[in-house]
Design a protein around this ligand. Structure first.
Ligand code: G3P
Length: 218
């Protein structure tokens, strides 16, 4: 299973990368805005800075919503670095753009996916990644984790190569449930990655080991 971090914050990306478990980064326009990155040139420079930290898989999302604009913007993003994966929303023109880039050998991530039907379209168009948002489904009282299970079955039925990238992960239970199902990738904030480290028995066990060692070794 690949681990991506869902942020545009360079310090968080470095911290996760330093842990030695990071396979990529997902960003979106809200996450870029949160970092105060504005203007095309600054946005490109920020993506480049992210690419300079990690080894591969940096999802960069287009703002355009029409096919021509999506293709133009996607090509500009792809030019920044070979690690860039162009992120397109699940819309009619988004699917067309994904198909076009698939034939050109440019990797894409189909985002804002909330149904298995949308995931089928993304796979048929050849997206490298499909991003179902599980937390946002939970927010409206639908079962986000169940959607990952449904997509897993469908993709395995037909041998679709598109990787399931479980997104909008809010806590470690989301992440672990997705791993049980066999998601290909999880993307989550730094806190969720770091929360995986924690258990009170680990802390108390370590404290006892050190105390016992000190008793006889001084
Ligand atoms: O990158 C998109 C996705 O992970 C958003 O998560 O927490 O804003 O629903 P969230």
């Amino acid at each position: 299973m690949k681990f991506f971090i869902d942020t545009a914050n360079l310090n968080d990306i470095k911290e996760a990368y330093d842990l030695g478990i990071l396979d990529g980064v997902t960003t979106n326009p809200s996450l870029m805005a949160k970092e105060g990155i504005t203007g095309a040139e600054n946005i490109r420079a920020h993506y480049k800075a992210i690419c300079n930290i990690v080894d591969n898989n940096v999802s960069a999302e287009v703002i355009s919503t029409d096919l021509e604009g999506m293709l133009k913007e996607g090509r500009e993003l792809a030019k920044i670095d070979p690690k860039i994966v162009v992120k397109y929303p699940m819309t009619k023109d988004g699917v067309k753009a994904i198909k076009r880039f698939t034939t050109e050998g440019i990797r894409t991530n189909c985002t804002l996916v909330f149904t298995a039907g949308q995931a089928i379209l993304a796979a048929k168009a050849g997206a490298a990644y499909v991003s179902p948002f599980i937390g946002r489904l939970d927010d409206i009282s639908q079962d986000g984790v169940e959607l990952i299970a449904q997509i897993r079955i469908i993709y395995d039925n037909y041998g679709f190569k598109t990787e399931i990238l479980a997104a909008s992960i809010r806590h470690t239970i989301h992440l672990i449930k997705c791993a049980e199902i066999g998601t290909d990738v999880v993307t989550c904030p730094l806190k969720v990655i770091m929360d995986l480290l924690n258990h009170p028995l680990t802390d108390s066990g370590l404290a006892k080991f050190l105390a016992d060692h000190k008793k006889v070794n001084g």
